[in-house]
Design a protein around this ligand. Sequence first.
Ligand code: ZN
Length: 348
Amino acid sequence: MDASTFECTLRARSNYRQGEPITVTFEIRNAGQETYRLLTWDLPLEDEPLNFLTVTRDGNDIAYDGKLLRRGSPLAKEYINLAPGASKSVEVDISRIYPVQAPGEYTVTLNATVHDVYAIAEDAAPTHALDEFEPLPLAETSVSFTLSRGDPPRMTIGQAIRLEEPPLSAERAATPFLEGGTPTQRNDTISAHNRAASLARRAGDRLRGNNPDSLYYRWFGANGQAVPPYPPTLRDLVDGNYYTIANRLDGFPPVVYNLQMIDCTPNVHAWTVVNSGKVFLCKPFLDAPVYPGFFCKSMTLVHEWVHAACGIAGDPASGESACLNLARTNPRKAIFNPDNYAGFVNEL
Ligand SMILES: [Zn+2]
């Protein structure tokens, strides 16, 4: 099996007007000889599509602005089977997750990995755990369209969330605001918040300078020059992100945690959007210990704030062993993967 095993196409109209849904059709076809079982995460095959495209307007990148999750091991219903020659196609309104809003010439390019895919044998497991994933990047394919003037553009999920400004407090305390939850859940969330803030600051302090650091190497791989406009080295970039998180969690206005389990699915610990002061908590988070552990509450908050405070809009690898593997094989991706940030501070 390789990237050519699955033929993907994107289709769109040649022209849309502002204010209408920007419906793009994604199709995937099994061009191989065997039946494969594919995990739908981050593909439009999921009920709610996440970041699966690179979008440009007149040649400039348009950033993803939909939900960003932290997930545990997958559910059986998150997989689909594709027989040889079979295909599946889905229509997605991409205006909810990318700001396709200003008139111009848009190009959307598939930029997606099947997080787990394997040929189905008689004894095939119905699902894999996170540390058993067999990922496969899909081949790129593009489609272009024009957006012309019309009605007010549709808001992205991120824009709608950011509109709900955090309530202002009388005193400038850095204590987070909590929406919903039992007294115990609220106390535990505050404890995890404080732990995440202090661990992020400790990580920032530790990575300042260039002392050899085997823990950095384990979770982020070899250091190297970063690509402008980022700071000189990959390690400087990671260091700056930990300080960004610590300063945001200790700063004003206070961050907000929603404990009402809004828009949660069973294996999602928490979710947020980029450049936001708010994190939505789900049942696996509420059931997890405060600290320690890769999936403890404190690590989930570190993960979420990498998305929300540092603006990192993707999860190339989930779970401990996939993150360690990413650090070994692709440090330039590991420094943009929230679970790698969680893994590092979990071992401080
Ligand atoms: Zn995430």
